[in-house]
Design a protein around this ligand. Structure first.
Ligand code: ATP
Ligand code: MG
Length: 566
C-alpha cells in the first residue's frame, strides 16, 4: 500500500503537484478528462475486467459492472449527449440514488465535456428548482417517480432544461410525457470511444454547498481536480486496483461524487454502491460481506453504529463480526470526537482517520494519513502540496499565520492547488472575497498544535448538520415564510446525540394567529412538503421576538443558545 508517509513540513510546491499530474494517463501537455482517468485508462489495460462498480440493493442483490463495461456504457451516454446537441460546458444534472445510471451519467457527461451536477435525492421541489435554475441544467437524469412528483410541475420555469431522461419505468408504459427512456436511449447509442474534448481548465463538476447565509453557492471545478482525486485516493486511502472501497456519502454532496465515484475509480479500486439508506445492522453486515478494505463515512453514522454497539443485540453482532478485510476507516463532514476514533480501534479493529475538506477545495486537504500517528480529535495534518495554516486577517488586509501554537484562527489554504474551485456561479464578488493575499479563507476556525496537527474549532457561519445532511437555515426559513401565519422565522440546530443536530425553527406569528398544536402541525407539513423530510424542521418553537444584529439580521448562534425557548 502506498501512502504519503511522514509529511514534509512544507511540501506545497508546484513540483509536487506536477509529479502527481504525471501519474495520470494523459500526457501532461495534452488534454485532461476526469472520466478518462477514472474509467478508460483501466478499461484498456490489465484491470479492464475488474469490477468498477458493485451495486447492492435492499435484498442483497449485487450487480457488477467492470471497467470495460463502464467504458462502453459511458461512451454510449457521452455520444447520446452529443447527439442531443449538448455542447461542452452544458450542465447535466442527476436526481438519482446510488444506482448504475448515476455512475454512467456522471462519467459519461464528463467524457462528453459536460459539467456534471448531482442533486440530493431527498430534496423537495423548492431546493431542486433553485439549484437547477442556478446551474442552468440542460439535461436531467432522474427516476419516473422523482420526475412526476417533484420536477415536472416546474419544467416550464427552467428555460435551459432541454432533455429529461427517466431511468425506471414503473408502469411499463414508457417514459412519462416529454421525457426519454434512459435505458433505451443508452442501448440505441453508439458505443465507440469518444475523444474527450476537455483540457485541465475546462469546467467539469458543479456542487452546491448548504447555503448557510443565503442561497446555496454553486462551486465549479475543472478537470484538473482529478490530480487531487487521484493523489488522495492513493495517499489518504492507499487505494490500488482490486481494493474494495465504500464511501457512504449521498451522491448529492461533494463527498458522494468525488469519493463515491471519481477518486477511487482513478486508482482502479472497486466502488461499493449501496442503494439503501442508513441501517446500522445492514452496514455492519455489508462491511463484512463485501470485504470492504477502505471505508469512508461520517461522524453521524459512526455515532449510530456506536449506539447500536452499546446494546446487547448490537454487541452480539459486533462480537462475531469479521472485519479482517478492513484496512482503513476514515471520516469526514463534521468534527469527529476522540471517543469515536478510539471506539473504531477497539470494536472494529481500526481507528477512524479524520479528514477535512470542503466543497470549495474539491478534495481532501488535511487528514490523518496512514503511517502517521493519529491524535484522536484532530483532523490531522495538511497533505503534501497543500499549504494550510491558521491565520489572522490584519486590518490592512494582510493575512498572517498565527505564531503561537494552539491559537484559534481562520483555517486557510495557500492558493494554487489543482482542485481549487474556479468560481461560485453567478457570484463573482463572493468568490473573490473568499481569497485574500494569496490565501483561500475557508470560513472554518481551527488551531494548530506544536507538532503541526490541526484541530477543528467551529465554523464562522452556522450550517446545520442533521444525520449527515448539510442544511442551510435560509432555505428552511424561506419555505416557512410562505405560510400565512408566519411573521418571521429563524432556523438553527439543536444538538442531538444521534443526528448531530436537529433542525429547529423559531417562529413569530402574525397577529390573529394562535400558537397552537394545529398550527405547529401545519407548519411542519408545509416544510416537509416543500423541502423534503431530511431538510424540514423537526421542531417548531413559537417565540415573541427573534434576536437580531444591529443591521437587522437574525442571529442564529443566539437562537441555538435559546435552547428550549424563552
Ligand atoms: P456552506 O458553505 O453553504 O455553508 P458547507 O460548508 O457546510 O456549506 P461543505 O463544503 O460540504 O458545505 O462542508 C465543508 C465544511 O464541513 C467544512 O468547512 C467544515 O465546516 C465541515 N467539515 C468537513 N470536514 C470536517 C472535519 N473533519 N472536522 C470538522 N468539520 C469538518
Ligand atoms: Mg462552506
Amino acid at each position: 500500500m502506498e501512502t504519503f508517509g511522514e509529511l514534509p513540513a512544507d511540501a506545497a510546491s508546484r513540483d509536487y503537484w506536477a509529479a502527481q499530474r504525471r501519474r495520470l494517463a494523459s500526457p501532461p501537455d495534452g488534454g485532461l478528462n476526469i472520466a478518462f482517468e477514472a474509467v478508460d485508462r483501466h478499461a484498456d489495460g490489465p484491470d479492464g475486467d475488474r469490477p468498477a462498480l458493485r451495486c447492492i440493493d435492499g435484498r442483497g442483490m449485487v450487480e457488477e459492472i467492470s471497467f470495460r463495461q463502464l467504458a462502453v456504457l459511458t461512451n454510449r451516454f457521452a455520444r447520446l449527449l452529443q447527439r442531443l446537441g449538448l455542447r461542452p460546458g452544458d450542465a447535466v444534472f442527476t436526481l438519482l440514488g446510488r444506482e448504475p445510471a448515476l455512475y454512467i451519467t456522471a462519467l459519461g457527461a464528463l467524457k462528453a465535456g459536460a459539467v456534471f451536477c448531482p442533486l440530493f435525492s431527498a430534496y423537495g421541489p423548492d431546493p431542486l428548482r433553485t439549484r437547477m435554475a442556478k446551474g442552468r441544467c440542460k439535461v436531467l437524469v432522474t427516476s419516473a417517480r422523482q420526475w412526476t412528483r417533484k420536477v415536472a410541475a416546474f419544467r416550464n420555469a427552467l428555460p435551459d432544461l432541454e432533455h429529461v431522461l427517466v431511468v425506471d419505468d414503473p408502469w411499463g408504459q414508457g417514459a412519462p410525457g416529454g421525457t426519454l427512456d434512459f435505458g433505451r436511449a443508452i442501448e440505441d447509442a453508439d458505443p465507440r470511444p469518444v475523444v474527450p474534448p476537455t483540457t485541465k481548465d475546462d469546467p467539469a463538476l458543479l456542487f452546491f454547498t448548504s447555503g448557510t447565509t443565503g442561497a446555496p453557492k454553486g462551486a465549479l471545478h475543472a478537470h484538473e481536480a482529478v490530480v487531487v482525486h487521484h493523489a488522495t485516493a492513493r495517499g489518504v486511502f492507499g487505494l490500488a486496483p482490486g481494493d474494495i472501497f465504500w464511501c457512504t456519502a449521498d451522491p448529492g454532496w461533494v463527498t458522494g461524487t468525488v469519493y463515491g465515484i471519481l477518486a477511487p475509480l482513478t486508482a482502479g479500486a472497486t466502488v461499493i454502491a449501496d442503494r439503501e439508506e442508513f441501517d446500522a445492522v445492514r452496514w455492519y453486515r455489508l462491511l463484512q460481506e463485501q470485504s470492504v478494505a477502505v471505508w469512508y463515512t461520517a461522524p453521524t453514522a459512526i455515532r449510530m453504529l456506536m449506539r447500536l454497539d452499546a446494546t446487547a443485540e448490537g454487541r452480539a453482532l459486533t462480537d462475531t463480526l469479521d472485519l479482517s478485510a478492513l484496512r482503513l476507516a476514515a471520516s469526514v463532514g463534521e468534527p469527529l470526537n476522540p471517543q469515536a476514533v478510539l471506539w473504531g480501534k477497539e470494536r472494529l479493529g481500526k481507528p477512524f482517520h479524520d479528514t477535512w475538506w470542503q466543497t470549495e477545495t474539491g478534495g481532501i486537504m488535511i487528514a490523518n494519513v496512514p503511517g502517521v500517528d493519529i491524535r484522536p480529535g484532530s483532523m490531522g495534518k495538511p497533505l503534501p502540496g497543500v499549504q494550510a495554516d491558521v491565520v489572522d486577517r490584519r486590518p490592512d488586509g494582510r493575512i498572517v499565520p498565527v505564531s503561537a501554537p494552539d491559537t484559534t484562527g481562520i483555517l486557510a489554504l495557500r492558493t494554487g492547488w489543482p482542485s481549487q474551485f474556479r468560481s461560485y456561479i453567478d457570484e463573482d464578488d463572493r468568490y473573490r472575497s473568499s481569497f485574500a493575499d494569496g490565501w483561500y479563507l475557508s470560513g472554518d476556525l481551527a488551531r494548530k498544535d506544536a507538532d503541526g496537527y490541526f484541530w477543528f474549532v467551529g465554523r464562522a457561519d452556522d450550517v446545520i448538520k442533521s444525520a449527515g445532511h448539510l442544511i442551510g437555515p435560509f432555505e428552511v426559513e424561506s419555505a416557512l415564510m410562505d405560510h400565512p401565519a408566519v411573521a418571521e422565522v429563524g432556523v438553527a440546530g439543536r444538538p442531538d446525540a444521534i443526528a448531530g443536530e436537529i433542525v429547529r425553527a423559531y417562529v413569530t406569528l402574525k397577529p390573529g394567529f394562535d400558537a397552537d398544536e394545529a398550527l405547529r402541525r401545519s407548519l411542519l407539513a408545509q416544510a416537509r412538503q416543500r423541502l423534503g423530510a431530511a431538510v424540514a424542521p423537526r421542531e417548531i418553537v413559537f417565540v415573541e421576538n427573534l434576536p437580531k444584529t444591529n443591521s437587522g439580521k437574525i442571529l442564529r448562534r443566539e437562537l441555538r443558545a435559546l435552547g428550549d425557548g424563552p
